[in-house]
Ligand binder design. Structure first.
Ligand code: NCD
Length: 322
């Protein structure tokens, strides 16, 4: 039986570390990563790719449906010159034969240098990281965390806004209970003194353990179920999908799924400099007519995700382009 141990803090050195939780990062670590991601963006624009990780093999194991994040890790690895092996879903894997995640990970790490994984259970990435001696990068563990998404979201916020972070108001909207992206992003923004407005339907609010962390850092500005309470006081509107796959009662999902829909009318009422973010996929929360508005930055987020994941993969392998 593998003991499930807390991941090691980055503490100025990414080499060989797992990336499981935002709690492993200090601001200095985040800044280091952002600088590396900037350099990766530059590199892709000028050269398309590099051979920095040409001697590495990276596993991308996604046990839960994904297109974007899966291909983002694949693209990041390949743009760094690494080779990849990948699986999607559990049907073709030994997990369907009853193998434990720990055993699967202990086998795969004999083949590869880094494991990027997504799993439907919260805590699975931590367990895999405990079982492996090679770096494990959490690409989302159930309703737990999604640290790489939080880091790319911060990268995008810095790219698209002009105010200092500690003067920024970020409104998180939607399923804050089940949405792992907001669990990681809210904790990351708390480190920077960002003030958060939390807007969720009743029953889908931020989990108590996340709220406790946010309140300790004095991060929460307003908690409400009405977007109009905070819309004018918002620099970044972070929209999320109601997480259908986490509902046991589908009628409840249907009732809640479109409680908030961002329309052209809402955009007219918002600040002319307010950006709209979404981790995607969107399923009706944002009217596609808004895509043409320069304040809509959700596709830029996806692009930035590749640069941030390139930076992370390079750094955990002890490499850098800086
Ligand atoms: C998010 C996820 O998987 O948590 N998507 C993503 O990683 N791009 C958000 C979501 O699925 O709603």
């Amino acid at each position: 039986m593998i003991e499930d141990v807390a991941p090691t803090d980055i503490n100025g050195d990414f080499t060989g570390k797992d990336i499981v939780s935002i709690g492993q990062f200090t601001k200095v670590d985040v800044e280091r990563l952002m600088d590396e991601a900037d350099a990766m963006a530059q590199l892709v624009r000028t050269n398309g790719r590099t051979q920095l990780l040409q001697d590495k093999l990276i596993a991308v194991l996604f046990y839960e449906p994904s297109t974007r994040t899966y291909l983002s890790f694949e693209s990041a690895a390949k743009r760094l010159g690494a080779a990849t092996i990948s699986t999607q879903g559990t049907d073709t894997s030994s997990i369907s034969k009853g193998e434990t995640l720990e055993d699967t990970i202990r086998v795969i790490e004999r083949y590869v240098d880094v494991i990027c994984m997504r799993h439907s259970q919260a805590g699975a990435a931590k367990l895999a990281a405990s079982a492996a001696t090679k770096p494990v990068i959490n690409g989302g563990d159930g309703v737990g965390e999604h640290p790489t998404q939080a880091l790319l979201d911060l990268f995008t916020i810095r790219q698209k806004t002009t105010k200092p972070l500690d003067q920024l108001r970020v409104t998180m909207l939607g399923d804050l209970k089940n949405g792992r992206t907001v669990h990681s992003l809210s904790r990351l923004l708390a480190m920077y003194g960002v003030k958060l407005n939390l807007v969720a339907p009743r029953g889908l609010g931020m989990p108590d353990e996340v709220l406790a962390d946010l309140k300790k850092a004095d991060t929460v500005n307003v908690q409400t179920d009405k977007l109009e309470d905070v819309l004018k006081d918002t620099d970044v509107l972070y929209v999320t999908r109601v997480q259908k796959e986490r509902f046991t009662d589908q009628a409840e999902y249907e009732r809640l799924k479109h409680q908030y829909v961002i329309t052209l009318k809402i955009m007219e009422q918002a600040s002319p400099s307010m950006i709209v973010m979404h981790p995607l996929p969107r399923v009706g929360e944002i009217d596609p007519q808004i895509d043409a508005d320069s304040r809509a930055v959700y596709f830029d987020q996806a692009e930035n995700g590749m640069y941030v994941r390139m930076a992370l993969l390079a750094l955990v392998c002890g490499r850098s382009v800086l």
